[in-house]
Design a protein around this ligand. Sequence first.
Ligand code: MSP
Length: 650
Amino acid sequence: MATYITTPIYYVNAMPHIGHAYTTLIADTYSRFRRLCNDDVRFQTGTDEHGEKIVQAADNEGVTPREYVDRISDTFRQSWPGLSIEPDNFIRTTDSDHIKVVQEILQKVYEQGDIYFSEYSGHYCKGCERFLTEKEMVDGLCPDHQTSPDEITEQNYFFRMSKYQEPLIKHIKENPEYITPERYRNEVLSFLSEPLEDLCISRPTSRLTWGIPLPFDDKFVTYVWFDALINYLTGLGYPDGPDFDKYWSVAEHVIGKDILKPHAIYWPTMIMAMGLAPYQRLHVHGYWNVDETKMSKSIGNVVRPGELLEEFGVDTVRYFLLREMSFGLDSSFSYEAVTARRNSDLANDLGNLFSRVLTMIGKYADFKVPEIDKPSVTEEDRLLVDAMEEMIAEYSRCMNSFEFHKGLQAVWGVIGMMNRYIVTNAPWELAKEEDQAGRLNTVLYFLADSLRILALVLGPVMPVAAGKMAAALGMEELMDAATLQEDGCWGKMVAGTVINKGEQLFPRLDKKKKGKQEKQQSQKQKKKKKKDAPEVDMEGLITFEQFGKVELRVAEIIAAEKIKKADKLLKLTLKAPEERTVVAGIAKHYTPEELVGKKVIIVANLKPAKLMGVTSQGMVLAAKEKDGEGNERLVLSTVSGDIAVGSGVA
Ligand code: MSP
């Protein structure tokens, strides 16, 4: 089988931070996992180098766009090896083969009548490099950049995106795996339930020259998204390279939630217009915040991968990012959280297990993996084997569905079991009694073989640490060619293999002292929390003052999804105006799809509470009625007028 996995190509107007690192790490981990499944894998990343933002950034530095993009693109390229991220291809939109492919595609789509010339007036946001619809703006501003869009009227070329709206809806509905996690699929379907406008795909050269000229009108350059998305084809040698045939039909894209629309709407409709098969899957992840705050240059809290690597090393950084974030949801980064994961999961659970087993094989078996003594095999050993097999199945399922955190939970499940196995079997006691020599050998073999399997499954996540584990277990050379099908089975450790204890995998770290900046921020947050804390006494009547403490706000539902094993609950993502999650008991009354876009009233200052594992940050108001048979019906209190999200309710 073949696998083709891509990341977004990053704008070169900013330096790489943990957000970029996370997406690229996901793609690297998945590509390593698919290789472990014996796939023929191609993994592509790169840089997006045209457009106004880039010209502005170059201007700010007083260099030409060409000099500028060369330098920053190189910074991105150089960032990846330190994180053990190994793409097969690094593409740049300024590469000559890419420019040629974009022009060929434009010409083809133009000739078939799917690109036309027209006049357009709209609100253009430079930061987004696109026109915003009225609905997208908040108080006349771009919600992402907090800037006022330029009012522009100009003649431009348009792509007939609307023509492909129905086929796209059909494809998404027929292929539940096309866009995952589900909340993003719902978001796209909800967006597509309104008529789709055609896409403006050119910029006049009077306004922008740093772009790819339209092949049929040299007074225009291509809109940056029409240029950028095509990178996924160029990188395969489209239209007739051998790699194109091999990999296009299995293409999978990983993106952050910020660029869902271009990938889930512009790109599939462009692909349809080109007459190509759709990409296979789109995997959408959430955002990394820092200490619960949006990462931004102006706040000064941007975390760079280099700083992290210096402090924690590559394995801990990779493990943390993959384990801490539930794929699809936002997550908060902090140095304390990394230190905690390092000390508990890596140093205590995995590191200790590994060094204990190797020490015991050294001490009791002279550094050679002993042979199993069959008569001494017990039910507990068989349970360990069963658990290993279940773990491999669950791990594989999760890695394939991009639920990396759950895959790692499954691995840590067996690590816990192995640690308990050591305690209950107490090899140090067995070593004291001569007639227990057979049992001692069996226990050591079971532990050694389990470690071998751990090294295998941890390879995609922590390639350096897994390599060290493999070397210590005498299986270094085998690792490169190992596959889960062949080597993921029990009992492949060859008795007599010489092991060496090697270095400690994960020395414990001192609890990180908070940096100055971190301290200031958390103090600010503490103060804010105190000020906001409500003390509403709900006994009897309440005063105006007490009621005034309940903060009611207008919020827009931007995503909704079911919660597993909770048939009454829905998880809502709201804009209020900051993004927050609220769990609401309305699953019996509304489908997730019909909720997206509704403006509701929430209690915004309710203490967060965990419901079925999801932290709910507020409450949605609903009217409740009972029919004659006592059945309850809930109707959300919605706001019908045109009012900004975040407005208070009087
Ligand atoms: N150039 C476009 C993509 C074109 S793809 C054909 C672009 N570039 S970007 O530099 O802005 O990168 C956006 C991507 O970076 C997000 O989709 C996500 O993958 C990653 N991230 C940027 N900030 C992030 C966080 N704070 N958290 C997680 N990932 C984020 O958009």
